[in-house]
Unconditional design. Structure first.
Length: 368
């Protein structure tokens, strides 16, 4: 591959605007059975065949690794790309030392950046992946992440057998994974074996899709200590990133057709609106939370909504990107949110700080 001497720009305090869009060539999603019983039923590429969401494995951790392995396989299959076409993987999960990613992706033999941003990891992986492509260090990368309800409960809460009770403001960890193939607009249209690499959205819909800029989040700590109240713990970080994105890019909320957060849930959403109102910013008429989109909170007992790394990832893959490709939205701001804690920090009584990364995604004419 040749180096790309582009004129990408660092703007404002924490954003980057790309000279050329980084194409999202395709995406693959896989979820558990409960996720496919919500409002987005039927839109995912693959659904667990067993009610316990074991994905053919004998432990929850192995099941989550299987999720990531399948997400990459789906992404490659839908685009026609091969493992040798992918320069880097940017992947992460919620388990200790990112074992879902490392064990799930080892057989692909693709250079890996293992990431941890809690439930903001989808945004982190898209930011880093798109920057490497935009800067010319890679023609193609795959960004992905995952979560599994049972492995997350085991890691951060209590074993399921304990039957611990959750307060109504708690959220439900999504079982799911999604991968995204990012490509330079200057990349060859052929794989290493010579077959065509296709854009999943071109031809099927009226638009291609590209990442045109990013806003990197910073850690925000408002003193929340209740690890069940992650929506409120993450809301300050989401507010900072959204406000920063608007300032850095010189935009108003109306310049986005929709603004998505990752998994604030119903409680965190209200906290977000209140925090932004202090900056005279109102996004209430165009805000969606992935944790409120994936489940029917009236019919499914998920309390405040969905959460987990996989929550924003599978909603982006199965719901948001197709709407952009169809032309229902022209430009959106995607802001996955994460609560930065582990079981040691929680048990030692430390605060639960949050972080959120912003990704600007736009519908592009098929002529681009």
């Amino acid at each position: 591959m040749e180096m790309n001497t582009s004129n990408n720009k660092a703007i404002g305090t924490s954003s980057v605007a790309y000279e050329n869009p980084v194409l999202i060539m395709g995406s693959g999603s896989i979820v558990g059975q409960m996720e496919n019983e919500g409002p987005l039923a039927g839109s995912f590429d693959k659904v667990s065949e067993d009610k316990n969401d074991m994905f053919g494995e004998d432990s929850w951790e192995k099941a989550e690794s299987a999720l990531q392995k399948e997400a990459v396989a789906l992404t490659l299959s839908k685009t026609g790309a091969e493992t040798g076409d992918i320069r880097f993987l940017y992947a992460g999960d919620l388990l200790g030392q990112n074992i879902a990613s490392s064990f799930g992706l080892v057989d692909y033999n693709i250079p890996l950046f293992g990431l941890y941003g809690a439930c903001s990891t989808c945004g982190e992986s898209l930011c880093l992946g798109s920057m490497s492509v935009a800067a010319g260090y890679a023609d193609r990368v795959i960004s992905l992440t995952s979560s599994h309800f049972a492995s997350a409960q085991k890691e951060f809460r209590y074993p399921l057998e304990y039957g611990g009770q959750r307060p109504l403001y708690a959220s439900w960890t999504v079982t799911g994974s999604a991968g995204f193939l990012l490509q330079s607009i200057n990349a060859s249209g052929r794989s290493i074996s010579g077959r065509a690499i296709k854009n999943e959205y071109e031809g099927k819909y009226q638009n291609k899709i590209g990442i045109t800029g990013i806003t990197v989040g910073r850690i925000e700590d408002f003193g929340i200590k209740d690890s069940f109240n992650m929506g409120c713990a993450m809301a300050p970080a989401a507010a900072w990133t959204i406000a920063g994105n608007l300032k850095d890019f010189g935009r108003k909320p109306q310049d986005y057709d929709a603004i998505f957060t990752g998994d604030l849930g119903s409680v965190g959403q209200q906290a977000l609106f209140e925090l932004l109102s202090q900056e005279n910013i109102d996004i209430s008429d165009r805000h969606y939370d992935c944790g409120l989109l994936i489940y029917d909170t009236e019919k499914q007992d998920v309390h405040a909504g969905g959460s987990g790394c996989g929550c924003s990832a599978v909603v982006l893959s199965a719901h948001i990107l197709p709407k952009l490709a169809k032309g229902e939205w022209k430009r959106i701001l995607f802001v996955p949110t994460g609560a930065l804690l582990n079981k040691t920090s929680f048990n030692e009584g430390q605060n639960v700080p949050g972080i959120a990364h912003g990704v600007v995604i736009e519908a592009l004419s098929t002529q681009n």
